[in-house]
Design a protein around this ligand. Structure first.
Ligand code: ADP
Ligand code: 5GP
Length: 221
């Protein structure tokens, strides 16, 4: 899907942006804020998932909610750019819609987890990969718990997954500490627009390491 050809049309394609991060770090909130703050500048890809809708989630808006059988059929039809398992469910990015938007010159954001992000990076080396985190483990746990959408078991699994995801942070172009929401939305926009690869600072990497060790300690893993 990401041709290397540099034709006139190719140069006008939209940017592909991947946003990942710990569950509860605030990715969904940031996406909503980004779309509202910069209307018309971004399109958020709607993924397919086999997980059940949360209260208030709408089919076709937050996700396309499918059974595992339907999901497997879409895999066999080569419908996804990437797909992955996450905490017992399948998630995938629909290829045709993303391609149409990029082709039309729109900047497309994929809010996906690490395994999917790495597949996108392979297929589209120009994609910008951004990793969202809280400033510390306490804030992450508070947000994930405070959201009120997960069972205790799901929280534990998501935090265990966060420990694994922390190891993949080196693959990302930019680490975004989601502290003050409006400031974070602005920095996210700037990180996407910046033509330079803003390598993650040592301080940001240290934050990820510290969250990882604290979660390991709390989960006794
Ligand atoms: P994710 O999509 O990364 O799992 P959410 O966007 O659902 O995370 O956010 C988790 C919780 O944290 C939500 O209750 C949300 O309102 C809250 N939240 C998100 N960003 C911030 C922020 N910058 N400051 C305070 N609370 C936040
Ligand atoms: P949630 O269940 O909290 O909505 O999402 C769980 C995880 O799945 C999050 O890290 C989210 O970014 C990721 N995710 C959502 N859609 C996709 C997708 O299409 N592909 C992949 N690989 N991950 C996704």
């Amino acid at each position: 899907m990401c041709s290397e050809r540099k034709s006139e049309t190719e140069r006008k394609r939209g940017k592909l942006i991947v946003v990942s991060g710990f569950s509860g770090a605030g990715k969904g909130t940031l996406m909503k804020g980004l779309l509202e703050a910069y209307p018309g500048q971004y399109v958020l890809s709607v993924s397919v998932t086999t997980r059940s809708p949360r209260d208030g989630e709408v089919d076709g808006v937050n996700y396309y909610f499918k059974t595992q059988e339907e999901f497997d059929r879409l895999i066999s039809e080569d419908y996804f750019i990437e797909y992955a398992r996450y905490v017992g469910n399948s998630y995938g990015t629909p290829g045709p819609l993303v391609e149409q938007n990029l082709e039309a010159g729109r900047n497309v954001i994929l809010e996906i987890e690490l395994q999917g992000a790495l597949i996108v990076r392979e297929k589209c080396p120009d994609a910008r990969l951004i990793f969202v985190t809280t400033k510390d483990a306490d804030t992450l746990i508070d947000r994930l718990t405070g959201r009120g959408t997960e069972t205790e078991e799901s929280i534990r699994k998501r935090l265990t997954q966060a420990v694994r995801e922390a190891d993949g942070v080196e693959h990302y172009n930019y680490i975004l500490i989601n502290d003050d929401l409006n400031g974070s939305i602005r920095r996210l926009h700037e990180a996407i627009q910046s033509p330079e690869d803003s390598a993650s600072s040592k301080q940001d990497l240290a934050i990820i390491c510290s969250i990882q060790s604290e979660l390991k300690r709390r989960l006794s893993i």
